[in-house]
Design a protein around this ligand. Structure first.
Ligand code: NAG
Ligand code: NAG
Ligand code: NAG
Ligand code: NAG
Length: 313
């Protein structure tokens, strides 16, 4: 009895502390700006040395964020300065090396800065999609753990794990959308490398760091398709949330209402994470100069998998 009583009192106390801290309106940043990594263009030309597929930009803009391109080949000092100015970073998909590209160098700089900042209570979310997911597996483990899978051109339903109960990422997805994600092929996969569940499970550094939220299989190997860090606002999908609403060149991409909702709920989740960051540019002029509005996307859908691409020098 005494113990039960003690715990009740403790619960009341904990609740009181929580309402004091969290029950009141939490201050959020309603003007979030998110950095999106550029990467080496596969067919470089003058003025087209690096690029971002416009769908990643639209994805973030659709949920109320503005975007700043993170240029490759900048110094550590420049990345640190930019890190202090933006509210989150997205490592997009693509085809460059996660070991030796300029994209991987920029990703490593932002990953390190994000770990440092978050450890000190300076909230800074990181999102990895496809190649970005693969990049995060290397950054967290320091090892190349990817296996070949036959997943270059498929849409799949998500096999949610039991850990979904504690997921931050999917917490606010409506029940009907979770049901659709489970049963319909809504997630687009364009990768030939994957982190198998087996390799994940064998690798302590990853197992301690990430909660696996969903898996998939190519018929041979089961791989991790969605994960979030336990103690950091770091999220990764091997699938492409941005494509359902914004890419049309591949006939297998799903565009049903549930598929498009998947794009927006995922974007909303990540942009809400960025709203918890209070980094800002030193001045309005500096902010204006950095925004992606200084560039125009080009229609490339006739000859690339992307409808529109932003090119950079
Ligand atoms: C980045 O640096 C690499 C290696 O020095 C170089 O090959 C590449 O052209 C540079 N790209 C851009 C966009 O500056
Ligand atoms: C990961 O899987 C690949 C085969 O798919 C294997 O070659 C590699 O050794 C595995 N890594 C670990 C750490 O088990
Ligand atoms: C989900 O997991 C089951 C059991 O491992 C497997 O048979 C099925 O193919 C998986 N589904 C997808 C879409 O990966
Ligand atoms: C994927 O499918 C599209 C058509 O749906 C095709 O044009 C493309 O070559 C395929 N890519 C791969 C890697 O199989």
């Amino acid at each position: 009895m005494t113990y039960i009583h003690f715990f009740c009192v403790l619960t009341v106390f904990v609740n009181a502390v929580f309402s004091a801290n969290f029950g009141t309106k939490i201050k959020t940043n309603e003007r979030p700006i998110i950095g999106v990594l550029t990467q080496e263009f596969y067919d470089p030309q003058p003025g087209r040395n690096s690029f971002i597929a416009a769908s990643y930009v639209k994805f973030l803009e659709s949920a109320g964020a503005r975007v700043v391109p993170v240029m490759i080949n900048k110094s550590e000092e420049e990345y640190t300065q930019l890190f202090k100015s933006i509210n989150g970073v997205l490592f997009p998909g693509g085809g460059v090396s996660i070991e030796s590209s300029s994209y991987s160098r920029a990703a490593a700089a932002f990953y390190r800065l994000a770990l440092e900042a978050n450890s000190k209570g300076d909230y800074f979310p990181v999102w990895g999609t496809c190649l970005g997911f693969e990049q995060l597996t290397l950054l967290t483990s320091g090892q190349l753990l990817l296996s070949h899978t036959n997943t270059r051109n498929v849409t799949l339903p998500l096999n949610f794990t039991d850990e979904i109960r504690d997921s931050r990422l999917f917490k606010d997805f409506p029940d009907d959308l979770m049901k659709s994600l489970r049963s319909e092929s809504l997630t687009e996969n364009s990768h030939q490398w994957s982190l198998t569940t087996e390799n994940f499970t064998k690798t302590e550094t990853l197992k301690k760091f990430y909660r696996v939220l969903s898996t998939n299989t190519d018929g041979q190997n089961e791989f991790v398709s969605t994960m979030e860090a336990y103690d950091f606002p770091i999220y990764a999908t091997q699938w492409h949330p941005e494509k359902n609403a914004f890419e049309w060149t591949r006939p297998h991409i799903a565009h049903t209402p549930s598929a498009v909702k998947t794009t927006f709920y995922t974007a909303q989740f990540f942009v809400n994470e960025a709203r918890k960051s209070f980094h800002s540019f030193g001045s309005t002029e500096e902010e204006q100069k950095a925004l992606i509005y200084n560039y125009n996307p080009i229609y490339t859908g006739t000859k690339s998998p992307f409808e529109q691409i932003y090119f950079f020098d």
